[in-house]
Design a protein around this ligand. Sequence first.
Ligand SMILES: Cc1cc2nc3c(=O)[nH]c(=O)nc-3n(C[C@H](O)[C@H](O)[C@H](O)COP(=O)(O)O)c2cc1C
Length: 175
Amino acid sequence: MIRILGISGSLRATSSNNVILKTVAGMAAGKADLTIYDGLADLPHFNDSEMTPPAVERFRQLLAEADAVFICTPEYAFGVPGSLKNALDWTVGTGDFVNKPVALVTASSKGDKAHAALSDTLTAISASIPEGGKLLISFVRSKLNEKGEVTDPATMDALRSVLDALIRHTTSSLN
Ligand SMILES: Cc1cc2nc3c(=O)[nH]c(=O)nc-3n(C[C@H](O)[C@H](O)[C@H](O)COP(=O)(O)O)c2cc1C
């Protein structure tokens, strides 16, 4: 079974993106093992000193162990949340994302600017985004309930399709 590292770009306790990532983890059951990264808030701001902070070592280790990555993020102030961008900046020098299959979901009020910017960043770090591996979910809060469930059937279908594209792409790149 392929291993997927889920990364949420939101640190908020009631995050919509965390709800979506947990929903995708549930969808993956039996097909892939999706573990959600819990260390985004522990990463120090990027610098290129010679000492690698332990939190960064751990992040790189989790990336190395993952066959694929599933990113789910909001847009903040017309951009990619700083904590997520910071995490990706730490991987530029070490190439942790090179040829790594990555799915990208941006779930926000609107989200188009962060979606485009993050697509560019993933290209810059040579991630391998499968055909059908990107999804923009606008008006995200209208598609969830307060119990932490995705209530919109079209959104559920679209998430399933992105996950399937990622699994297919990862499986074929491993063979
Ligand atoms: C600091 C902040 C900035 C935001 N800026 C934007 C924005 O530029 N574009 C947008 O579509 N939504 C923006 N929003 C609304 C978020 O899309 C919405 O709150 C979403 O639920 C955040 O995702 P999360 O619940 O996973 O944290 C912003 C929200 C916050 C808290």
